[in-house]
Design a protein around this ligand. Structure first.
Ligand code: AMP
Length: 214
């Protein structure tokens, strides 16, 4: 069992690298943000509870998030391992996750990136409204403008990738999520990755590290 936690600011590349890891090593990628966005889209009770916080760039209540995580990691496809993208987001979530007591190795990949680069990336990010594939108009544009290469779906800008909400999300990241770096450093499970290179280069460093854990 390998628990891979992707840590880093919004826009650091967790989703993109998580997809690549998931394909290569066949671990499911669990993105709490994707699960919440899907719930909002479908208008479920969870979606209704989460929407206001997400629109404001704030964190959704820990209790709700922990419920999602516990249910998801208990499924069959997580038995060999899994990749967490966007969880934990604060110390309480990390502690509660530990309390679940899943046996196995833990690897925390910390994607290090400057504020300047984050703002550039988030404002140029587009996602597929159908399959969730991630594009960057700067780094990895789609072949045809506005259309997903993978499924032909329409590309949209995430509602929280607007300048005001980006600012708020960065504040929340610094205040609540950044302390997790120290938390996992102390535990000896943190590995830092320079997240400013190109996608393939970064993925090569990621694979080097994962290889040491398999
Ligand atoms: P993300 O796609 O990871 O950037 O998440 C989008 C939004 O979903 C965040 O700004 C939060 O409002 C919410 N969210 C996602 N993951 C979490 C989490 N682990 N804890 C609290 N809120 C979360």
């Amino acid at each position: 069992m390998l628990k891979i936690i992707l840590l880093g600011a919004p826009g650091a590349g967790k989703g993109t690298q998580g997809e690549l890891i998931s394909k290569k090593y066949n671990f499911p990628k669990i993105s709490t943000g994707d699960i919440l966005r899907e719930a909002v889209k479908n208008g479920t009770e969870l979606g209704l509870k989460a929407k206001a916080k997400m629109d404001a760039g704030e964190l959704v209540d820990d209790e709700i998030i922990l419920g999602i995580i516990k249910e998801r990691i208990s499924r069959e496809d997580c038995q060999r391992g899994f990749i967490l993208d966007g969880f934990p987001r604060n110390i309480n979530q990390a502690e509660e996750f530990e309390k679940i007591g899943i046996e196995g190795k833990e690897l925390v990949l910390y994607f290090d990136i400057s504020d300047e680069e984050i703002i550039k990336r988030l404002s140029s990010r587009r996602v597929c409204s159908k399959c969730g594939a991630i594009y960057s108009l700067l780094i990895s544009p789609p072949k045809k403008e506005g259309i997903c290469d993978k499924c032909g779906g329409k590309l949209i800008q995430r509602e929280d990738d607007t300048p005001e909400v980006i600012k708020k999300r960065l504040e929340v990241y610094k205040a609540q999520t950044f302390p997790l770096i120290e938390f996992y450093k102390k535990q000896g499970s943190l590995r830092k990755i320079n997240a400013e290179g190109d996608i393939e280069e970064i993925f090569a460093s990621v694979c080097d590290i994962i290889g040491q854990y398999l």
